[in-house]
Design a protein around this ligand. Structure first.
Ligand code: SF4
Ligand code: SF4
Length: 156
């Protein structure tokens, strides 16, 4: 009999099961799949210095929306039955990507791969000067704080 870790609920496979999901090395940890999954079965967060994307496949209907919206085409829905003997313990797909720390608060806030992609995109439009780097390596909360300070200092 299968023993599940305490505190984790494994749901029965959906009747709409149409395959299984694979994510390859093209994943940059952009979160588009997590935001776009209609069932909310993809979660995203930080564990130590890693960006972690989890696909909770037991609740997935394999609608393929995540594969359609992934900007790097890293997701494939494979038309294949769960193999004999596979269990819901194997029903979680985890992607771990090295993350970048904010230069102000040290919290991890972005995957390295995503930051490199942003740098490549920006390099075609902006000179990569120190201020641009400083902005890129600052987390959203610290950017808001910095903007708040700037606004307060500009008040008459
Ligand atoms: S699988 Fe695609 S959409 Fe999801 S985080 Fe990775 S790159 Fe983004
Ligand atoms: S196939 Fe559909 S339900 Fe499953 S993880 Fe992707 S978007 Fe969510």
């Amino acid at each position: 009999m299968t023993s599940f870790p305490p505190g984790i609920l494994y749901l029965p496979l959906s009747k709409a099961y149409r395959g299984r999901i694979e994510v390859d090395e093209r994943c940059i940890g952009c979160d588009a799949c997590a935001r776009g999954c209609p069932l909310g079965v993809i979660s995203s967060g930080y564990e130590d210095l890693f960006k972690v994307i989890r696909f909770h496949l037991a609740g997935c209907t394999f609608c393929t929306r995540c594969a359609q919206i992934c900007p790097t085409h890293a997701i494939t829905v494979v038309q294949e039955e769960f193999g004999e003997g596979m269990t819901h313990e194997q029903g979680e797909l985890i992607v771990r990507l090295p993350a970048v720390r904010c230069i102000r608060c040290s919290r991890p806030f972005l995957s390295e791969a995503m930051l490199e992609q942003m740098k490549r995109d920006l390099a075609t439009k902006l000179p990569m000067e120190e201020e641009v780097f400083s902005y890129l390596y600052t987390c959203p909360q610290c950017k808001r704080w910095r903007e708040g300070v700037r606004m307060a200092l500009s008040l008459p």
